[in-house]
Design a binder for this molecule. Structure first.
Ligand code: FES
Ligand code: FES
Length: 208
C-alpha cells in the first residue's frame, strides 16, 4: 500500500514536471521563433503577452539623402536593412560581429560598424554608404585616389576603407601616417594591401 502511494505520488510529480516542461518548451519555441499571437498546443499567447521588444516597428531611415519607410524588428541591424531591404550591397558583410570593418558606413559623418548598429538607432541620422559618395558617374576624390594608387586587391574591404577615409579627411584634411593608421585600425584587409591603402589615403588628402 505504501509502495503504491509512492508510485502514485512519483507519477503525479512526473506529470507535473512534464506538463511544466512542455509548457515552458512551447513558450520558448514561440518566443524564439517570433510567432506572435500563435496558438501552440495548450499554450496560447496573445500578442499583448509578448515583450514589446519582439514586435515590428515602422521607421524612416535617411540613406544617401533619400528617405525610406520600412518595417523592421527592433533587433534588425542597419547592415541587414541596407543589404536586404534596400539592396545597397556595396556595404559588405564580413564577420557580422564587429571585428573586420567591411560593413562600415557613416552615421552623421562618423564611421560605424553597421553589423553592430540597430536600424532603429539610425532613425533621424544621415546614413552614408559607398553608393552615396560619388556624384553620378564622377567618383569621389577618395575613390579616385584608391583607383590611382591601386589601394585594393580583392576589393572586399574597400567600401569600408574608403568610408573610414572620407570620415578621417572630413575632420583632418592632412593626416600624418600615424593618424591614417589609427583611423583605419578598425578596417581589416585580408589581402594585406595596407601599404597601397595608406598611400591612397595620402593621395586622397592631396586630391581634396
Ligand atoms: S561585418 Fe561588421 S565588422 Fe565585420
Ligand atoms: S583588398 Fe581584399 S580584403 Fe582588402
Amino acid at each position: 500500500m505504501k509502495e503504491k502511494d509512492n508510485d502514485s505520488s512519483k507519477k503525479s510529480s512526473l506529470m507535473t514536471r512534464r506538463t511544466f516542461l512542455k509548457g515552458g518548451a512551447l513558450t520558448t519555441a514561440a518566443l524564439s521563433t517570433g510567432v506572435l499571437g500563435a496558438e501552440v498546443g495548450e499554450a496560447h499567447l496573445a500578442l499583448e503577452d509578448y515583450p514589446s521588444a519582439l514586435k515590428r516597428a515602422t521607421v524612416t531611415l535617411k540613406v544617401n539623402g533619400l528617405r525610406h519607410r520600412l518595417e523592421v524588428e527592433p533587433r534588425t541591424t542597419l547592415l541587414e536593412v541596407l543589404r536586404e531591404e534596400l539592396q545597397l550591397t556595396g556595404t559588405k558583410k564580413g564577420c557580422d560581429r564587429g571585428q573586420c570593418g567591411s560593413c562600415t558606413v557613416l552615421l552623421n559623418g562618423r564611421p560605424v560598424y553597421s553589423c553592430l548598429s540597430l536600424a532603429i538607432e539610425a532613425v533621424g541620422k544621415e546614413i552614408l554608404t559607398i553608393e552615396g559618395i560619388s556624384d553620378g558617374e564622377t567618383l569621389h576624390p577618395v575613390q579616385r585616389a584608391f583607383v590611382q594608387e591601386m589601394g585594393l586587391q580583392c576589393g572586399f574591404c574597400s567600401p569600408g576603407q574608403i568610408l573610414a577615409t572620407v570620415a578621417l579627411l572630413g575632420k583632418n584634411p592632412s593626416p600624418s601616417e600615424a593618424q591614417i593608421r589609427q583611423a583605419l585600425a578598425g578596417n581589416l584587409c585580408r589581402c594585406g594591401a595596407y601599404p597601397m591603402i595608406f598611400k591612397s589615403v595620402q593621395t586622397a588628402a592631396r586630391l581634396r
